[in-house]
Design a protein around this ligand. Structure first.
Ligand code: SAM
Length: 234
C-alpha cells in the first residue's frame, strides 16, 4: 500500500479525524457499514475493477469494496492528511497485500488521466465539495466508457412526517451531542447544515444526467435519510 507525500492541508476534517469513526457509528446509529455494503452490491457485475474512491476519509468504503473480491486496485483520494493517515493504518491491518494507494487531493481536480477507472465512488463526500458539478464532470472524465459512478450520501426524506423527525434528529443529536463529543461543534453544525442544503433525490439525478450520465437511479435507505445514487458512463 502506498500513500502520496504532499503538503499538509489544514482543515476541519483534520481536526475531527481521530474521533471520526466513533462518531460515524453514533450518528448513523451503527448503520453506516450496512449502507456501504449495499453500495458494494451495486458494483458492476465483473471482477478486476480499477476503483477511485473520492473523499475516502478513513477508508471504510475501500475496506468494504475490498471484501467483495471484485477489486484489482483502489485509489482513495482526500484532501485531509489526518483522515488518510487513519485510513492507511486500518487498510494495512485488514488488507496488507491489497493494491491500495491513498492520495492527498481534491475531488474537483482529480490528478488522473481520462478514462482510467471502472468505478468512481464517493461516500458522504459530495455534499462537502464547493462545486458539485465540477466533481461530476471530473468523475465523468476519469471513468472508462462502461464505467460506473456510485455515490452514498445523506438526503432529505420526501415524506413530511419522516422529514420532521429527521430534522429533529439532525438538530438535537448530530448538532449538539456529536458536537459535544467531537469537541468541535462547528464541524457538526456544518454537517447538519450541509445535509439540509444538499440537493438530494430527483434534483441530484438531474445533475447526473446533465453531466452526461445514463441509467441513473437512486436507492433511498432509512426512510430516505440516506440515498445511494448509481450512474453509468455509456
Ligand atoms: C464525512 S467524511 C466521509 C469520509 C468517508 N468517505 C466515509 O464514508 O466515511 C467527508 C470527507 O470528505 C473530504 N473532503 C472534503 N472536501 C473535499 C474535496 N473537495 N474533495 C475530496 N474530498 C473532500 C473530507 O476530508 C472528509 O474526509
Amino acid at each position: 500500500m502506498k500513500m502520496s507525500q504532499k503538503q499538509k492541508t489544514p482543515q476541519m476534517f483534520d481536526r475531527i479525524a481521530v474521533r471520526y469513526d466513533f462518531l460515524n457509528g453514533l450518528i448513523s446509529l451503527g448503520q453506516h457499514n450496512i449502507w456501504r455494503k449495499k453500495m458494494a452490491r451495486m458494483l458492476p457485475d465483473r471482477t478486476n475493477l480499477a476503483v477511485l474512491d473520492l473523499a475516502t476519509g478513513t477508508g471504510d468504503q475501500i475496506i468494504t469494496f475490498l471484501k467483495t473480491r471484485k477489486i484489482a486496485s483502489i485509489i482513495g483520494l482526500d484532501p485531509s492528511v489526518e483522515m488518510l493517515t487513519i485510513g492507511e493504518g486500518k487498510i494495512a491491518k485488514q488488507f496488507p497485500r491489497s493494491d491500495v494507494t491513498l492520495v492527498e487531493a481534491n475531488a474537483g481536480k482529480i490528478p488522473f488521466q481520462n478514462a482510467e477507472f471502472d468505478v468512481v465512488s464517493m461516500s458522504f463526500g459530495i455534499r462537502n465539495v464547493p462545486d458539485v458539478q465540477q466533481v461530476l464532470i471530473e468523475t465523468w472524465r476519469v471513468l472508462k466508457p462502461g464505467g460506473r459512478l456510485l455515490i452514498l450520501e445523506a438526503s432529505t426524506p420526501q415524506n413530511s412526517f419522516f422529514r420532521f423527525f429527521n430534522d429533529l434528529y439532525l438538530t438535537l443529536i448530530v448538532n449538539k451531542l456529536a458536537g459535544l463529543l467531537a469537541g468541535n461543534s462547528e464541524a457538526y453544525s456544518y454537517l447538519n447544515n450541509s445535509i439540509k442544503a444538499f440537493p438530494s433525490g430527483e434534483v441530484f439525478l438531474n445533475k447526473l444526467r446533465t453531466v452526461g450520465f445514463s441509467q441513473v437511479l437512486m436507492k433511498p435507505l432509512m426512510v430516505g435519510s440516506v440515498t445511494i445514487y448509481q450512474a453509468d458512463k455509456l
